[in-house]
Design a protein around this ligand. Structure first.
Ligand SMILES: Cc1ncc(COP(=O)(O)O)c(C=O)c1O
Length: 363
């Protein structure tokens, strides 16, 4: 894919940018540029360009607005100790987007084009990559069906977009365990459905349960399987890992209803490297309850690009709650978290080749 470069005439001035970077929050502020490319069945991918960030003009009869034929991704660029910038495992996100596209009957964007788009946007808007601890530039690639017409069928016209947003820590304040609400009424995804794809519909379906969690004073909702309502799947926006008292890591196996997290894979790989036993298998919610009570489950954490590794405190459900360990972040959780962060920020050797240098250090 060849990108036409159309620089922004109205770039944010350095002072306003510095003010935004001082406290970016998550997904609130966007950089000066975005990438766009179009696809249709006859021309394939075409009209790829880097252009000023700005609103889209979209026909109200566009397929995506009605039938949600869309997918997205999430990955980050990190400031390195020498002042350069690196992306973390962009090829993994590119591969997952291809899998999501297959499920949503969207055209595949080749890995090299996905990565080239990320490179171009990060290089162009490198001044937007924050320096601070736990801060990064979050990249949000997305693909939408923009054929105009109300027929329910795969769209013949599609648009790829990539935007970027400086991000602080997803969960604000000092690292504190999050509380989880076990929803019994709502399911996020069923095997054969779209749970393993990163598509907006999965998130739309999770919102009512997330609201239920917040109504019960919890930070996040945890979903169980759609058939027996007892096997732990994941949270609305991150995977979940249990640490047993002998150091074994247990995480729900990828059934097709769970998003295969890049962070999940990173954590499992690092844990195996460090000599932990790792089990990917079904986890019964009763195993969680009883394991937390007996001490067999020593720690629980959530993991994802935005969440990094976040300790889990209480699990609540109608009429009960349980907490693994003493409720404080556990040693394995903290060690893995530090390891992942050190890798992403280039402070430890990148033995798995996960960092992709996109911006060289200043001369
Ligand atoms: C539903 C869901 N599960 C898991 C994850 C974690 O995936 P990753 O580590 O690739 O960010 C995310 C975050 O993107 C998610 O939205």
């Amino acid at each position: 894919m060849q990108f036409t470069v159309q620089p922004s005439g109205g770039m944010v001035d350095a002072e306003s940018r510095a003010a935004s970077l001082a406290d970016p929050g998550f997904g609130r502020v966007f950089t000066d540029h975005m990438v766009s490319a179009r696809w249709n069945a006859s021309a394939g991918w075409h009209d790829a360009r880097l252009m000023p960030y700005g609103p889209l003009v979209i026909d109200p009869a566009s397929a995506v607005l009605h039938y949600s034929q869309s997918v997205f991704e999430g990955l980050k660029a990190y400031r390195q100790p020498d002042g350069g910038v690196a992306l973390f495992r962009p090829e993994s996100n590119a591969g997952r987007m291809i899998d999501s596209c297959r499920r949503l009957a969207l055209p595949e964007l080749p890995v090299e084009d996905f990565v080239a788009a990320c490179d171009l946007l990060v290089r162009t808007d490198a001044a937007w990559v924050p320096d601070g601890e736990a801060a990064s530039l979050y990249l949000r690639p997305l693909m939408i069906a923009d054929e105009v017409g109300l027929m329910v069928r795969p769209s013949d016209s599609v648009r790829f977009l990539l935007i970027a947003s400086p991000a602080g820590s997803y969960f604000t304040g000092p690292l504190r365990p999050i509380s989880l609400w076990l929803t019994q009424e709502y399911v996020r995804a069923a095997v054969g459905g779209t749970g393993a794809a990163k598509c907006g519909g999965n998130y739309a379906a999770s919102l009512v349960a997330q609201r239920e969690a917040m109504d019960h004073g919890c930070d996040q909702v945890v979903f169980v399987d759609a058939v027996e309502h007892r096997w732990v799947d994941e949270l609305a926006g991150s995977n979940i890992v249990f640490v047993l008292d002998d150091g074994t890591l247990v995480t729900p196996e990828l059934t097709g209803a769970i998003l295969p997290g890049v962070t999940r894979d990173t954590v499992l790989t690092l844990a195996r490297d460090a000599g932990h036993r790792v089990e990917e298998r079904r986890v019964d919610v009763d195993e969680w309850r009883e394991g937390a009570r007996s001490g067999r489950i020593a720690e629980v954490f959530a993991c994802g690009t935005a969440a990094v590794i976040t300790p889990v405190g209480p699990l609540k459900w109608p009429g009960g709650e349980v907490t693994a360990g003493d409720g404080a972040p556990g040693p394995t959780t903290l060690a893995l978290r530090q390891q992942v962060i050190d890798l992403q920020y280039g402070r430890t050797p990148d033995t798995h080749g996960w960092l992709r240098r996109v911006v060289r250090p200043p001369a």
